[in-house]
Design a protein around this ligand. Structure first.
Ligand code: ADP
Ligand code: MG
Length: 681
């Protein structure tokens, strides 16, 4: 900032602000005129004047009229009082009641013009006032701002000070170049702020909001993108030389053709691997979208360039499954693959360590056992983390620090695009937003528990036709506190109810061999029905399973239900998901309805976000999620995306670093530390 703008003037320099009020204002974070201007209303009241005939009983309404006869005040104790007066408004005589407004009495002389906003009681023809504007109110105003205030401050004072600053024209510096304002039809910052405090109509209010939101996002994105670029320059990495032709062959040898989205994601990943900076990429794709095979291609690329690749997964089951399917893919190329988990025996573990150290083992698949200090690598080129949200930030970092490899994080949590931009601000994001061809959407039904017999009949019919089913319940064994289904009892019950079927049991408390037996039995088709807790939630892939029954489904969040449902519908046959539940809460019911209405993970994520808020969806508080004054990354996601693109275009342009019209934005970016590679707040 070259010189202080007038907006930086202290609030001292306002009529009616003394030491006391300064203290109160500073508690609201208001020290300068600019702070005052940014103390925006948190909502607006609709004060459009309406004819009496149109008012609805018990709804809020605004009437304009004149005072009839003298007002009356009743006092209750020292501070409480009630003010009454009669209002003549378009031909009707209305009673107005207002609490604790005795001070208005002398102003409400007969024939005085007033606008009153309040709750309308049709039977009594009475308005209980929240807002009384005395005198010639501007009758064209449709909205009244509502502000947060504290202590002894009054809304009147606040409005008055804001008006003083607006009248002086002491607005913050205009940061948006004219061409951008023109492109999006945005008002100037002065117009926008004035409107936000004193909106004339819905349209100008909307535009003022758009303006502020866009600028907030643009600043945010300029920061993030500038930071990314700087870090990239600072983090030079020896590029990995990959052999395109050999990768093409590997892809062609796959049992299916990659979808366009898979191809696009793979191309983005390979570009990172070949670039002279470290990959730091998030691969997002709904369950079943085929992330694993993309990961396999990336691993193949790195290994054929002479380096090692590691895949870290959250559970033993998943480690086993990935290890097996990857081994099948890599075997023809003579790539040595090993699996390392918590249950790997000491002797085998030593062998694996030796193989990793010598470079003999080129691909390692494992759980967090992989990041234990003692695991040595010869030349680790790529680390992939599956279901990355299941790992703590620390665990992920630990693996990355083993030789600073390229890092790819995979997630099936369909974080809305824009939220991903904010939450994972400094990561690049690839999205597989398309399912392999021929997949049929899973048909989802919500059934009350008393329909169990019909559900079982259906499962028997499907299994008789050679299909398999999962039955999921929340608990492992009976609980005294919770009246919900448990896996052990249900397993016993189903064995009785389905004598012709072979029923398996899987839960977290089984020994590893038992888990493996159950899982292998199901994968191999010897088990028809697998009763399980949510250990099968992530990644497990059995294409012949077409039924997913979820007991007490309302106990799970939408994202988790979606993950579970994603275990079926992996082959060509029609699959079904049956939610057994009788929720008592409204959100529980809402969740069941949403599940039956959509199979789109991104739609579900948006809804989940609205039901639960971003904090819970993202698990822990993620860095890079700033607080905005007005902008809401979920609601305003289009603006966020636009701002991201614009930020990149600006940063790419030579002109941005030179032309005076970019001075304010440039100062902002350079002042934030983004260009010097310091960590952003
Ligand atoms: P997720 O993204 O949930 O991890 P997976 O990688 O487990 O999905 O893939 C789900 C299933 O889809 C696997 O059986 C996989 O072999 C298969 N698959 C992946 N890509 C394709 C494709 N392009 N065409 C057909 N099937 C595919
Ligand atoms: Mg997966």
């Amino acid at each position: 900032m070259t010189s202080l703008t007038r907006a930086q003037t202290s609030i001292e320099e306002l009529k009616g602000v003394g030491p006391e009020t300064m203290k109160e204002l500073s508690r609201l974070g208001i020290v300068t005129w600019e702070d005052l201007l940014w103390h925006l209303p948190y909502r607006y009241e609709n004060i459009a004047i309406r004819p009496v005939e149109e008012l609805e009983h018990e709804a809020q309404a605004t009437l304009a009229g004149t005072v009839q006869g003298p007002p009356n005040v009743k006092y209750y104790g020292a501070k409480k009082n009630r003010l009454f007066f009669r209002l003549f408004a378009d031909g009707h005589l209305i009673q107005v009641v207002a609490f604790n407004r005795a001070f208005l009495k002398h102003k409400l002389q007969p024939e005085t013009k007033v606008n009153v906003t309040g709750k309308w009681d049709r039977h009594r023809a009475q308005l209980t006032a929240q807002r009384i504007e005395v005198g010639d109110a501007d009758e064209t105003r449709a909205y009244a701002p509502v502000y947060t205030i504290t202590g002894k401050l009054t809304v009147r004072q606040l409005e008055n000070w804001i008006k003083q600053v607006i009248r002086q024209g002491a607005f913050p510096e205009e940061a948006l170049p004219a061409f951008l304002r023109k492109k999006y039809k945005l008002p100037t910052i002065a117009e926008a702020i004035a409107t936000l405090h004193q909106p004339e109509n819905a349209q100008t209010l909307k535009n003022a909001r758009r303006r502020v939101v866009y600028e907030e996002f643009l600043r945010f994105q300029l920061n993030i993108q500038a930071y990314k670029r700087t870090r990239r320059q600072n983090e030079y990495a020896q590029p990995t030389k990959i052999d395109e032709a050999s990768i093409r062959q590997f892809v062609q040898a796959l049992p299916f053709a990659l979808t366009d989205a898979q191809t696009r994601s793979l191309r983005e990943i390979l570009a990172d691997i070949q670039a002279d900076h470290k990959m730091n990429r998030l691969l997002q794709g709904d369950v079943g979208s085929g992330k694993t095979v993309v990961a396999a291609c990336a691993m193949y690329a790195v290994v054929s360039a002479g380096k090692q690749a590691a895949l870290m997964v959250p559970t033993e089951i998943l480690a086993t499954q990935h290890a097996e399917s990857l081994a099948d893919l890599f075997r023809p190329y003579g790539m040595e693959l090993a699996r390392l988990t918590g249950s790997t025996k000491t002797a085998r573990r030593k062998e694996i360590h030796a193989g990793l150290e010598s470079g003999e083992i080129s691909v390692i698949v494992g759980t967090h056992a992989l990041i234990q200090d003692t695991v040595p690598f010869h030349d680790l080129g790529l680390v992939i983390t599956d279901e990355q949200h299941r790992f703590g930030v620390g665990q992920r970092r630990a693996l990355r620090e083993k030789g600073n490899p390229d890092a790819l994080f995979m997630t099936a949590t369909p974080i809305p695009r824009t939220l991903a931009i904010t939450a994972y601000g400094d990561m690049d994001v690839s999205r597989i937003d398309e399912q392999p061809k021929g997949r049929k959407a899973v048909q989802t039904y919500w059934a009350k528990p008393d329909m169990l017999e019909r559900v079982i009949a259906f499962v028997r019919k499907e299994t008789a036709a050679g299909k398999q089913a999962y039955v999921i319940c929340p608990l492992i064994e009976e609980s005294e506190q919770l009246d919900v289904q448990n896996a052990i009892d249900l397993h016993a019950q189903l064995e009785m109810l389905m004598p012709d079927n072979s029923i398996g049991l899987l839960h977290g408390r089984l020994r590893d061999e038992e888990k493996e037996t159950a899982m292998n039995g199901f994968t191999g088709g010897d088990i028809d029905v697998l009763v399980s807790t949510t250990v099968v939630e992530v990644g497990v892939n059995v294409a012949n399973a077409t039924i997913m029954v979820i007991y007490d489904a309302d106990r799970f969040g939408l994202s988790q239900l979606h993950q579970l449902r994603g275990r079926v519908g992996r082959g060509e046959a029609q699959s079904y998901c049956i939610l057994l539940s009788d929720p008592t809460s409204e959100t529980g019911k809402e969740r069941m309805r949403i599940m039956t209405e959509t199979t789109d993970g991104f739609v579900l994520a948006e809804k989940d976000l609205r039901l639960r808020g971003p904090g819970e969806l993202l698990g822990q508080k993620q860095s890079g999620m700033p607080e905005f004054r007005l902008a809401d990354p979920v609601h305003d996601y289009r603006a966020l995306d636009t701002a991201r693109q614009d930020a990149n275009t600006l940063l790419d342009a030579e002109e941005f670093w030179q032309h005076p019209k970019y001075q304010p934005l440039r100062d902002y970016v350079q002042g934030s530390g983004a260009t010097s590679g310091e960590k952003l707040d």
